[in-house]
Design a protein around this ligand. Structure first.
Ligand SMILES: [Ca+2]
Length: 743
């Protein structure tokens, strides 16, 4: 045994199949002034010692002046007081959903051996670990145990800190995690020097903190063939954690603490073992943490020095629980003046960020600047609106081709155009094409939130990542197009995508003096209502709580009057009176049908009592693979077909509740729809998450293949045996041991 202060590192020749019985010893230098440690090369078990040098990379000096090797457990304990303050201040800027934990890293992170097994079994866990688990289980967003894995969540095999730097903004925008654990470096060892690596890691941490995301930083494990460099990388990360005062998981030190001599599964002494099944902390490849079967889901002291992923899970769980304690003790987070706090669920569609503006940019931060910019912006120009609340005195018109009006921060809830409950119309697009409105909120409007002056010829409008909140007639309204010149003027090729439509409560009479007991009874309210449109795409939007005073609101999505060739897909509609309406029962004589050649697929509709999906005067439309959940539906109209619907195909829809209600006498093909209350077999129908669980056997693999449906509501490809409904079920891999990384 070596004395406790002496650390030993094995020496590896380039070709590690050749055993060289040598190590480097790191020993305290008791007598030499200015030198804390000595480095020796030791050959042979008896220890022929050769002095290599006196420079020791990993040394910290405590406030008492006493030197010790860095990375031992006490370092993290000492550090805690340092990071609490920064974590709380960071969290004050946080705008996303509490309980979200992102894991940014490479193969050591994307594997389901990391983090995902924890909820299943924790044999021999010490009481402190069990307490940490209870804290985390009560706090963590459930999908962050298993589902936040893969490149789009910031983890992929073989990736480097450079990849992270290139993609971090996208991840932050998409996930907006409350906390992010970051571990990169193993794949940087061959390609980067320490300074480059440290610079990148430092920038990653800073950008997370700027986002309001609390960072838990991790050192990399030691690596076979890169012992000194991995140690230097670990030291670099410790330094960042000290400088930026973020919590640290010192995986490198914790491994060396438990296995100073034989952490490396590539050592010849482990030649009898294969792959991950090695009884030390690194696998046979000398790169990845080990995962020996005998310690699966075991957190005994013995397992923590014999199962590399168990050790990482233990360290991450306990550190994250500390962070939760700090964050949940913090005061409720600060709000931007006027910022909205919309309903949010981690599985709601997330908008990809828009590309940077290409043409001239006008930056505005006041109402006056906003109106002035809209008046003078040239074709192709961009108006970037700073975070803040804009009390709008009148309707703002966009009248110029190719203009983009967007929030500067990309945070739609922070750029609020507010009608304050008195403005009739807030934003209007008039006589122009190729306009984009993005990354902002329109709220508190009596009639129309965004008005398309369709009679003036508005083409290829894109609404992207907007919030429409408390709009009391129509959030998006496209009006009639006069018969003269209709083919030229009708709005074509428009997109409404990644928008959130929500009202805080059902409509009241005082919201809209035009909606009275004598005419609409307080029910003249809806989401998107457009007429005479062609070639629209309405996808990846969320609609929550669009309700009339007495439960008879218009559709969340309502398209009518000779509209043609539209796609309505991947929308989530939750607790609205009426879901997706192709047409309605009032049809003027000069309108032959309301909707022709529409494709409605892969939507979730939960509790829309007036009708989930309605076809009412349509021609050659397709309603495919939607999931509609409303088992206690008062009218039984999960899908309702009424009046003429010639050529309608209704197939592969999952109706969790009453079956298709067909009141139409047209030739309609009803094919392979499933009607059954699947409340217990869906992921979270109470909150509108209608994805299938393994219990939904009636829906899994029982669909008919349809050429129009090649993916699902999440964009996942359909299996060869497609499921019924909007979501294709994919079995979760076994929780532990399975799916270990390949680089
Ligand atoms: Ca399937």
């Amino acid at each position: 045994m070596l004395p406790p202060e002496v650390r030993e590192f094995p020496v590896y020749p380039k070709n590690h199949s050749v055993l060289v019985d040598a190590s480097i010893l790191l020993c305290p230098a008791w007598n030499l002034p200015g030198v804390s440690h000595m480095l020796y090369l030791r050959r042979g078990a008896l220890g022929l010692l050769i002095v290599l040098g006196i420079i020791v990379p990993c040394v910290t000096r405590t406030s008492s002046g006493r030197s010790r090797s860095a990375g031992v457990a006490t370092a993290a304990a000492e550090q805690r007081d340092a990071w609490i303050d920064v974590a709380q201040k960071t969290h004050a800027r946080f705008t996303g959903r509490r309980g979200t934990l992102a894991q940014f890293g490479d193969s050591i992170t994307v594997t389901r051996a990391f983090w995902s097994p924890l909820p299943y079994a924790r044999k021999n866990a010490p009481p402190a670990m069990q307490a940490a688990f209870n804290t985390v289980r009560a706090y963590l967003a459930p999908e962050c145990w298993q589902e936040w894995k893969g490149a789009s969540y910031g983890s992929e095999g073989g990736k480097t800190s450079q990849w992270a730097e290139e993609n971090l903004d996208t991840w932050l925008q998409r996930l907006n995690p409350e906390v992010a654990s970051i571990m990169f470096g193993t794949n940087d060892l061959q390609t980067m020097d320490v300074a480059q690596y440290q610079g990148r890691m430092r920038r990653l941490v800073r950008r997370c903190l700027d986002n309001g995301t609390v960072v838990i930083l991790s050192t990399i494990p030691p690596r076979h063939g890169f012992v000194e460099k991995a140690a230097a990388f670990a030291a670099a990360v410790r330094e960042i954690s000290r400088d930026l005062r973020v919590p640290l998981i010192d995986f490198h030190a914790e491994i060396l603490k438990r296995r100073p001599d034989d952490w490396d599964g590539a050592l010849d002494r482990f030649a009898a073992y294969d792959g991950y099944d090695v009884p030390t902390l690194l696998a046979r490849d000398g790169v990845h943490p080990s995962a020996p079967k005998r310690f699966e889901n075991d957190y005994s002291a013995e397992a923590l020095r014999g199962h590399g992923y168990a050790l990482r899970n233990y360290l991450t769980l306990t550190r994250y629980a500390e962070v939760i304690d700090v964050l949940s003790g913090a005061a409720s987070h600060r709000r931007i003046e006027g910022a909205v706090q919309p309903p949010s669920q981690a599985w709601f569609p997330k908008a990809p960020p828009l590309p940077l503006p290409k043409g001239p940019v006008l930056r505005v931060s006041t109402v006056d600047e906003l109106f002035a910019a809209a008046a003078r912006v040239g074709p192709g120009g961009t108006i970037l609106v700073a975070d803040g609340q804009y009390r709008m005195p009148r309707r703002l018109e966009i009248r110029t081709d190719g203009v983009t009006l967007r929030g500067a921060s990309g945070r739609r809830e922070r750029v609020v155009l507010d009608g304050e409950g008195v403005l009739g119309e807030l934003l209007a697009v008039t006589a122009c094409s190729d306009v984009t409105i993005a990354d902002l909120t329109v709220q508190n409007v009596r009639w129309n939130g965004i008005k398309i002056d369709s009679e003036t010829g508005v083409q290829r409008l894109t609404l992207h990542n907007c919030i429409l909140h408390n709009i009391w007639q129509r959030a998006v309204k496209g009006v009639k197009v006069p018969e003269k010149d209709r083919e030229r003027l009708r709005p074509q090729g428009c997109r409404v995508q990644y928008c959130l439509f929500y009202n805080d409560r059902p409509k009241r009479f005082e919201d809209d003096p035009a909606d009275t007991a004598e005419n609409f009874g307080g029910n003249y309210v809806g989401g998107i209502d457009v007429m005479y449109v062609r070639g629209w795409t309405i996808r990846d939007n969320v609609f929550v709580g669009i309700k009339g005073r007495t439960g008879s609101a218009r559709g969340a999505i309502f398209v009518w009057h000779e509209s043609q060739d539209c796609i309505i897909e991947r929308n989530v509609i939750l607790d609205c009176d009426s879901g997706i309406c192709l047409g309605n029962s009032s049809k003027p004589d000069d309108v032959p049908v309301h909707c022709a050649r529409f494709l409605v697929r892969n939507n979730f509709v939960t509790r829309a009592p007036e009708n989930g999906i309605l076809a009412d005067y349509t021609r050659d439309c397709k309603i495919l693979n939607n999931t509609v959940h409303d088992p206690h539906s008062r009218l039984g109209r999960l899908i309702r077909l009424v009046h003429d619907n010639e050529g309608l195909l209704v197939a592969n829809n999952l109706l969790s509740g009453p079956p298709v209600r067909n009141e139409s006498s047209s030739r309609i093909i009803l094919k392979n729809n499933l009607a059954k209350d699947l409340t217990a077999a869906l992921v979270d129908p109470e909150h509108g998450n209608l994805r299938l669980t393994a219990r939904a056997a009636e829906a899994i693999d029982t669909g008919v293949p349809l050429p129009e449906v090649t993916d699902d509501i999440d964009g996942k490809p359909r299996s060869r045996t497609p499921d019924i409904g909007a979501s294709e079920y994919v079995a979760s891999p076994a929780p532990a041991g399975a799916a270990l990384p390949t680089r």
